[in-house]
Design a protein around this ligand. Sequence first.
Ligand code: SAH
Length: 253
Amino acid sequence: MMKSKGKLTLIGCGPGAADLLTMRAVSRIRSSDIVLYDRLVSQEVLELIPENIERAYVGKKPGDGGVQQGELNQLIQRSVLKGLKVSRLKSGDPMIFGRAAEEIAAASIVGAEVEIVPGVTAALAAASESVITVTERAELQSFIVTTGRAADADTSPDWAKIVRPGVCVAFYMGVAQAWKIQSNLMIAGVPADAPADWIENAGTDKMRNVKTVLGRLAHDTTEQKVQNPAILLIRYPYSLQNEARQKASMVSL
Ligand code: SAH
């Protein structure tokens, strides 16, 4: 097996605004030989790539399958074997729903150095812009990221086990799943008045926050025409559990 002198850098480019990139991200972009990007990376960020650096679009195009992960892995391998510094731009943080594992493996297998530059993940940009604290003393002690869309039914997350009292959950890729999320959580006993917030286009000037509650989630998602990319934050603070208990005990009196 040939050994590579090249390097693959997975660069977290945040949710859209160029000024949310880290200085390290900008410095690695500037020192690359080739930059690979997909449609989730914003135009504003692409403008940071110096003109003399080669760039290649490796995402899907409307109507075709686009560059498949296998082809992309081969492109990474060919480039690092030539000794090139390959920067792969990822939206948000590369390690969160970024399919980073496959690209890291492709580069490592040919002996290339791999570096990951962290980025602001969509859920945290969404939390900041909607001014929602995802942990809160005595109310929310865990913050969980999950997905509305699993690769296949067998690996679909069991949200009912995840959304417990004291937990704030961020759903990535959840827009088409609002009804499924609402019904699963309500059947599991999460109160209908648990706050549910959609944050569309976090970290861009098109940001929109749609505020609702679990019991109206599917209705309001449709009515407000929530569009991708969007993050759903659902909070189940302890005080809501206590209220729900009080209501239940009054009913049984
Ligand atoms: N690695 C990325 C996530 C990629 S998965 C990260 O760390 O942010 C794609 C999903 O991320 C979208 O379906 C959406 O749920 C979320 N997302 C990406 N950019 C977003 C943005 N600007 N605003 C809201 N959600 C976003």
